[in-house]
Design a protein around this ligand. Structure first.
Ligand SMILES: CC(C)(COP(=O)(O)OP(=O)(O)OC[C@H]1O[C@@H](n2cnc3c(N)ncnc32)[C@H](O)[C@@H]1OP(=O)(O)O)[C@@H](O)C(=O)NCCC(=O)NCCS
Length: 246
């Protein structure tokens, strides 16, 4: 895979791990303006990537303007396609990484590698998000526009909080959880590592979602959901307990 070693690296250069237009692509549209960082490259954590025909692909889509990787570029910026990306960015001199891989377990692996290597995890927090008093936010999170993060909430590394989410007071959100658009969690909710709350899910106060578990779109969660489970509906019921946590 040809790697563009001519990437101009500065102190504020960031590598973004991820290349989907809904995640990394979306963040690219505001990240530099609000953070003062510069995006040096995007990364596909794989040794091969099958480029799609962008015109063909957009014909199939309702929104015809979706961006895809093209000729070792994504959004006109250098694209590194390699499972050895950490070595490559270290070699080019990039010391800051924003992890936007949508798969929670893979993102956890990425942030673990980045931390172990002594690189800095960078966050992307949209300025329209409202962060209340005494909130603790670890490095390496993505918070999209119009979110509210309640008083004393704790947000760990690798957490993705999508558009218009409300995380209320005293929530504990462990590493690499993901909250899709419009999720609402009441006070004292606990989200264990890598759980995923889909669009518009509502959680009453004091419930806990186990690690790796998935809550379906529009679910109303009234009691704890065990680890590695999928729960859907109103009220939410567990429909499977077989999520692979490997
Ligand atoms: C929860 C979810 C991940 C489950 O997916 P799945 O494991 O493939 O489940 P299936 O589609 O096989 O459905 C299994 C059963 O659960 C039901 N079900 C699935 N999702 C449901 C939901 N959100 N609410 C209510 N019932 C649901 C199905 O109707 C089906 O019921 P049946 O067995 O009686 O026919 C998925 O349905 C979902 O909610 N996805 C949301 C995606 C989303 O919001 N993405 C946003 C990205 S930004």
């Amino acid at each position: 895979v040809p790697i563009d070693m001519t990437v101009k690296v500065k102190d504020n250069s960031v590598a973004i791990v991820g290349f989907h237009d809904g995640s990394a692509g979306q963040v690219e549209s505001w990240f530099e303006k609000v953070s003062g960082f510069e995006i040096a490259c995007f990364i596909i954590d794989s040794d091969e990537y099958k480029y799609v025909d962008i015109v063909e692909e957009n014909i199939k889509r309702a929104c015809k303007s979706t961006s895809f990787p093209e000729n070792s570029l994504f959004k006109g910026r250098t694209l590194i396609i390699s499972s050895d990306w950490l070595e490559i960015i270290c070699e080019i001199g990039i010391r800051k990484v924003l992890c936007l891989e949508p798969d929670n377990r893979k993102r956890l692996a990425h942030i673990t590698m980045v931390k172990k290597r002594g690189l800095q995890l960078v966050s992307a927090i949209h300025p329209s998000a409202i962060i209340m008093s005494d909130v603790k936010i670890s490095d390496g999170v993505w918070i999209n526009p119009a979110c509210v993060i309640g008083y004393k909430a704790e947000i760990s590394s690798g957490v993705i909080i999508n558009t218009g989410v409300q995380v209320d007071h005293h929530n504990v959100v462990e590493e690499c959880c993901q909250l899709d658009p419009g999720v609402v969690t009441a006070g004292n909710v606990v989200l264990r590592q890598c759980c995923h709350l889909h669009t518009g899910a509502i959680l009453i106060n004091r419930v806990e979602i186990g690690s790796n578990s998935v809550v379906g779109a529009g679910a109303v969660v009234l009691k704890n959901i065990p680890a590695n489970s999928t729960a859907v509906g109103v009220p939410a019921r567990v429909i499977s307990r077989d999520i692979d946590s490997a």
